[in-house]
Design a protein around this ligand. Structure first.
Ligand code: NAD
Length: 495
């Protein structure tokens, strides 16, 4: 059985003493294992990153940008290969895997503009003969901890800007989908990144805890579930590290009575069941305003769900692949089987769908008449389950969304501009779509939710990540000239 190993200082290392199985979710089989880093191995990676830091932060901006231009080209050329790797460990369909790669490439394109992004401010003559300017300097060695569901896009969210800003990085990908990170590290080096600038350590909590304890790790970016995000945020902050920790979600799509029902149904089905619902921006709650809207939508969605093809992600006919593990599939199924007891109506029960083989497949489910306070509504299910909540008015819909502990993304479907504008103003959620069900911002903006969907001050990738991955320094200078000087113990004034 082959072993997926760490990538430290440009060299593959790691033994099978502590390791975990890596499954192909479409077959349920595991033919490979992934090494779990020990504290000593994580420290090796931190040392490699620290050793690479002085030369990398001194590398000229144009030369750094060259790496990203080449990386972009390599990602485009090798996207089929990379998509196969994603699908073989995650299970998502190949077209979806390619979609994730293209969204990740946006972050590489953004990073290629680093010479512009790292420009700072300069004020001439703040006092006679005195100038002030600011500079953005790298934070140092930074850690990136990523979830299973976007094995390429989320590592690129973090590594592209971190490296562009002159930092060196230790990436700890999910132990469930580890191979894409190694592929990315090799691609970065093929693009000209010096060894040690990007290191990958695999593993579990032991690796993350060691990164948190290391005084040389100055900042940490995390994306994963809310309980881990909250805990990691608190522990990293207590150690004085800069930290951004993005957590889970429960995204609501509000449909007004004037919405185009067919378009809203298409969008809801794509956003709820794409990637088997294992997206932090998946729509998991449909909020229908008015009974007629709800009846029409449920009927239109049910029609579409009935014809979804579920099968291996490598099969071009599949719309939806398997879930990540057998345990997760069973957990998701439990929400559906328990829904009626909570007073909801199961319109389509995906748990009854039969599949050949041992893959972690589950059919798509649609549950109507769901209410807050039930498990189906309150929990992040992270599977192919769409809950429908019926409300009477726009105000009730907004109050519902604003009361959710999660606030990653939300969407409004309407044909009325004034309602859309009010929604944008009223809604307390980090990313908002107007007739766009999955409003993941383009790479030139930043991504992040509110409340339990993000702990920290800065959103991830885009302009806010430049602030996260740099420290500002302000220089006040005066050059000796012919003007007379004198001793003064007063506080320096610019008047
Ligand atoms: P997870 O929290 O289980 O794991 C995320 C990472 O943390 C992995 O690398 C894992 O090895 C590590 N980890 C797990 N438990 C840990 C612990 N106790 N201490 C330290 N590290 C630990 O998340 P997951 O199951 O891989 O991913 C799915 C979750 O991620 C969902 O909740 C989803 O909403 C969320 N997610 C959020 C976003 C976002 O942008 N907000 C994006 C993608 C996924």
């Amino acid at each position: 059985m082959s072993l997926i190993r760490h990538h430290i200082g440009g060299v593959e290392s790691g033994a099978a003493e502590r390791s975990g199985p890596v499954f192909d979710p479409a077959t349920g089989q595991s033919h490979r294992r992934v090494a779990f880093a020990s504290p000593v191995e994580v420290d090796d990676a931190v040392r490699a990153a620290k050793a690479a830091l002085p030369a990398w932060r001194a590398t000229g901006l144009i030369k750094r940008a060259d790496v990203f231009f080449r990386l972009r080209q390599l990602l485009v050329e090798r996207q089929d290969e990379l998509a196969q790797i994603i699908t073989s460990e995650h299970g998502k369909v190949l077209s979806d895997a390619k979609g994730e790669i293209s969204r990740g490439i946006e972050n590489v394109e953004f990073a290629a503009g680093l010479a512009h992004l790292l420009k700072s401010e300069h004020s001439e003559q703040v006092a006679r003969g005195v100038d002030v300017h600011s500079v953005k300097q790298p934070v140092g060695v930074v850690a990136a901890v990523t979830p299973f569901n976007f094995p390429v896009m989320v590592p690129l969210w973090m590594t592209a800007t971190a490296i562009a800003c002159g930092n060196t990085v230790i990436l700890k990908p999910s132990e469930k989908t580890p191979s894409a990170a190694i592929f990315l590290a090799r691609l970065y080096e093929e693009a000209g990144l010096p060894p040690g600038v990007l290191n990958v350590v695999h593993g579990d909590r032991v690796a993350v805890d060691t990164l948190l304890e290391s005084p040389d790790v100055r900042a940490i970016s995390f994306v994963g579930s809310t309980p881990v995000a909250r805990d990691l945020y608190q522990r990293a902050a207590a150690k004085g590290k800069r930290v951004q920790a993005l957590g889970g979600a429960k995204n609501h799509m509000v449909v007004m009575p004037d919405a185009e029902i067919a378009q809203a149904a298409d969008a809801a089905v794509s956003a709820a069941y794409g990637s088997a619902g294992e997206r932090c921006m998946a729509v998991s709650v449909l909020v229908a305003v008015g009974a007629q809207t709800a009846d029409d939508l449920v009927a239109a969605i049910a029609e579409r769900v009935a014809v979804l093809q579920i099968g291996p992600g490598t099969d071009a006919a599949s719309d939806m692949g398997p879930l990540i593990t057998a345990e997760h599939r069973d957990r998701v199924a439990g929400y559906v089987t328990g829904a009626e007891a909570e007073g909801a109506t199961v319109v389509i029960d995906g748990t009854t769908e039969q599949f050949d083989g041992d893959g972690f497949f589950l059919g798509a489910s649609l549950i109507d008449h769901v209410r807050p306070g039930t498990k189906v509504y309150d929990d992040e299910i992270f599977g192919p389950v769409l809950a429908v909540v019926r409300v009477e008015s726009y105000d009730e819909a907004v109050a519902l969304v604003n009361a959710s502990p999660y606030a990653n993304g939300t969407a409004l479907f309407t044909r009325d501009g004034a309602t859309a504008r009010n929604f944008e103003f009223d809604i307390e959620v980090g990313m908002v779509g107007v007739n766009v069900a999955i409003p993941v911002p383009v790479g030139s903006y930043s991504f992040g939710g509110w409340r339990n969907s993000l702990f920290g001050d800065t959103h991830i990738y885009g302009p806010e990540s430049i602030n996260f991955y740099t420290r500002s320094k302000v220089v006040t200078s005066r050059w000796p000239d012919r003007s007379p000087s004198a001793v003064s113990l007063g506080f320096p004034s610019n008047h």
